[in-house]
Design a protein around this ligand. Structure first.
Ligand code: NDP
Ligand code: MG
Length: 379
């Protein structure tokens, strides 16, 4: 039996992870965590009988404790609870699928000897990638990515990492591919939440519409695979069938292909280096639309360009990029700012930020807070 903790179990990745676990006969859930979705977490506790359940929100956690008093599950709350679930001694694998930079500390807590961090949360790697990598090395832990592009690169690289020439990160282009700035000015949250290929949480769906998601993934790839920004090419591939590719020094390219179903990379992260059946469906090549590739429009969707700027500035600048984006997306979803203000506010916060090189965790957390404050001040 493989013992698995699922952080962010009530979200899009969390639910799909539980689907994969339920399908498998040799995986057991040790811990489940969420923010405040009491009803869904209660349902998951009854289905999976974890030892620990955590709600970040303390009031919701109190309510959950009463609701599941008849079970053996221990209910915890807050950041401390999340970190306790991540560092629980019975875990073999920790699936980190909370959304946002709140995932930094649990990711670090999870990295213990012989623990696998199956990482969906990209914000932790963007903000604190160097610290996480250092701890992984020190503790002998391992990271297997869940983000589909990074899972693709991970699968394509295998034993040829030192012969890698470049990574080709594919992007769906989001729902507004081909639109001009004028056309984007009146986009509503409801329109931006309609992604053509993937069904995901609200925050990442907006990030896909602005192309900031690809910016975060660019930084995530740099941290995960130890490449430089100029070794990464972003290509818009509308069909989301090729999940990313690697080109080696001999100009041979290897791509990972599959239906746009996150249960494939989730399953791989749980079973690597093995593979097992999972609830996803097989690809029918005869039914596919022609596969196309285009350069992204980084002038209109300059949230992606800002990620290149952030990585070039180095130090805490990617953290500022991420923190400002999280605040701006939240404001957009609450209809407090327009769609085009999202990159404007990120740019403003980055402009204001004074980079700290080789930051420790405290500088990273401070940068995250400051970048959010810069956004709130500006509106
Ligand atoms: P969702 O918004 O669907 O789910 C987020 C999960 O995190 C929920 O369980 C939520 O709990 C929990 N959560 C949110 N805020 C907090 C908090 N402050 N403290 C503790 N828990 C919290 O997100 P997704 O599943 O779509 O994405 C999760 C991560 O995976 C993101 O980093 C995203 O970028 C990444 N990812 C997602 C993909 C996808 O297909 N969805 C693809 C690739 C990467 P509650 O339900 O109570 O709010
Ligand atoms: Mg992705």
């Amino acid at each position: 039996m493989k013992n698995i903790a699922v952080l962010g179990s009530t979200g899009s990745i969390g639910v799909q992870t539980l689907d994969v676990i339920e399908h498998s006969k040799n995986m057991r859930v040790t811990a489940l965590t969420a923010n405040k979705n009491t009803a869904k977490l209660e349902d998951q506790i009854r289905r999976f009988s974890p030892d620990i359940a955590v709600l970040y929100d303390s009031e919701a956690a109190r309510d959950l404790k009463t609701r599941v008093a008849d079970t053996k599950t221990r209910v915890l709350s807050g950041e401390e609870g999340l970190c306790d679930a991540a560092a629980y001694e019975k875990n073999d694998t920790v699936v980190e699928a909370v959304s946002g930079s709140v995932g930094i500390k649990p990711a670090i807590a999870a990295i213990r000897k012989n623990v696998r961090l199956a990482l969906a949360n990209k914000e932790a790697m963007v903000c604190a990638g160097d610290i996480i990598n250092e701890k992984v090395q020190k503790e002998g832990a391992e990271i297997v990515p869940i983000d589909s592009e990074h899972s693709a690169v991970f699968q394509c690289l295998q034993n040829n990492r030192d012969r890698l020439k470049k990574i080709i990160l594919t992007a769906s282009g989001g729902p507004f591919f081909g639109k001009t700035k004028a056309e984007l000015s009146a986009i509503t949250p409801a329109e931006a939440l309609r992604h053509p290929n993937w069904d995901m949480g609200a925050k990442i769906t907006i990030d896909c519409a602005t192309l900031v998601n690809k910016g975060l993934e660019l930084i995530e790839a740099i941290r995960l695979f130890g490449v430089s920004a100029n070794q990464i090419e972003v290509l818009v591939h509308r069909q989301s069938i090729i999940h990313s590719m690697v080109e080696f020094v001999d100009n041979s390219v290897i791509a990972q292909i599959g239906m746009p179903d996150m249960r494939i990379p989730i399953s791989y992260a749980l079973t690597y280096p093995d593979r097992t059946e999972n609830p996803s469906s097989s690809i029918d090549f005869t039914k596919l639309a022609p596969l196309t590739f285009e350069k992204p429009d980084m002038k209109t969707f300059y949230g992606l360009q800002l990620a290149f700027d952030a990585i070039n500035a180095g130090g805490t600048m990617p953290t500022a990029y991420n923190g400002a984006n999280e605040a701006a997306v939240d404001l957009f979803l609450k209809e407090k700012i327009t769609f085009l203000q999202i990159p404007e506010l990120i740019e403003y916060a980055m402009h204001k930020h004074k980079v700290v090189l080789n930051p420790d965790l405290e500088s990273i957390i401070n940068t995250d807070t400051e970048a959010r404050q810069s956004v709130y001040e500006r509106i």
